[in-house]
Design a protein around this ligand. Sequence first.
Ligand code: AMP
Length: 471
Amino acid sequence: MNSISASLSSPTFADLGLSAVTLRALADEGYSTPTPIQAKAIPHVLAGRDLFGCAQTGTGKTAAFTLPIIERLLAAPGRAASRRCRVLVLAPTRELAAQIHESVRAYGRHAGTTAAVIYGGVSQRPQADAVARGVDVLVATPGRLLDLVGQRLVDLRSVEFLVLDEADRMLDMGFIHDVRRIVGLLPRDRQTLFFSATLPAEVRELADSMLCDPLEVKTAPQATSAETVAQSVYHVAKQEKKQRLVQLLREEPMSRVIVFTRTKHGADKLHRDLDKAGISAAAIHGNKSQNQRERALAAFKSPRPPVLIATDIAARGIDVDAVSHVVNYELPHEPETYVHRIGRTGRAGQSGTAVSFCDHEERPRLAAIERLIRMRIPAENAPEGVSASAEPQAAYGGRRRSRGGRSDAPRRHERQGGAGRQGAAGRRERSSRSERRSTAHDSASSAPAPAASPAPAAPARPKRSKHRRAL
Ligand code: AMP
């Protein structure tokens, strides 16, 4: 099964067995579809299984462990006694701890889940006070937690669930002994979820010592193509899209381009419009016969390919490596579809460019995509109603936590003399993805602490190219 069909058949959160209160919180967050690690892990954690997850930050792993744990707390209601907690989440840095704490509060909003966070570098008093009456979920960095345990301000004897996040980083930062000591203070009869981005032998060993018959889930970072494909977005009124596309196809050298529409009807209409503009194009979608599809694909693979207009489902059959450009004429409803679409270019180690058109109504979809791929797609022009000097809107939809944005945008395409629209693919400036993770801080660090709910880092504002501004 290829990735597009996988996304079409992916389960919903309700399919995973989550209850109405949790689904409500997810709706508040704007999540529509589980990420792969969520789809794989949630049903098993709900069933009480230990988990060994090889996953990076950015894959949605926080919700993958938090959601089913909240459900399990709801299924066996009870209050933690004074200074105790039912769930302990260990994280290597205070930034990550603060972020997980924020997520737990968001996902447990309607379930009434209580949570507290403990990390070093700040006064311990408010943290100890927060645990004094007992909490459902305690998120902590190891050093400060042991301090508070040593002072009898925290008691770990009632922990039913342990989550160890970023185990490899725990090792790198020298917390392994602290982690082992903490684990030794916990009841043996508990459910343990263990996450690590990489799997050095020591991590395996630590996992083996903590887990009982775990389910192993391995997931690649979800938006891999977001790293290899140069992306940009034009804010365009719906009625201007056709004209903009024609202009783009004429002016930008594109050796092989797929234009995505959302509907078959839209694909046919665009085909006619491009024909009228004298641009060679072919359309493939579900209403085309097998013959017509094969012809269109054969032409697309030829040295002088037409522009291929495709719907998402039809694009499943396209397996062509040298696609230089993907144009999202309309943004998809599901953000994951965007990732699949742009993954049609930049394949086999080649560079690729994805250009998206976004009209006023599509802006929430753009925000959802940016949330998923965890970066802001550089805009070539300011959206209507937003002054050019204004900062771009928060990519993470208001309250959600950004760990950084891309610092620059792909924007200059080298013209090939007289090659016109079907000239050789231009050189692309590719921006590297910003470092997602925040700088590591030891739990005992004396540097000033962030607020418990850190504000998202402001992503760099992308520059705009002169030639594109004219579009
Ligand atoms: P994490 O890997 O847990 O740090 O999550 C990465 C980002 O993805 C966070 O900004 C989450 O809010 C977001 N996220 C997690 N799950 C989903 C989902 N199912 N749909 C959309 N965004 C999500």
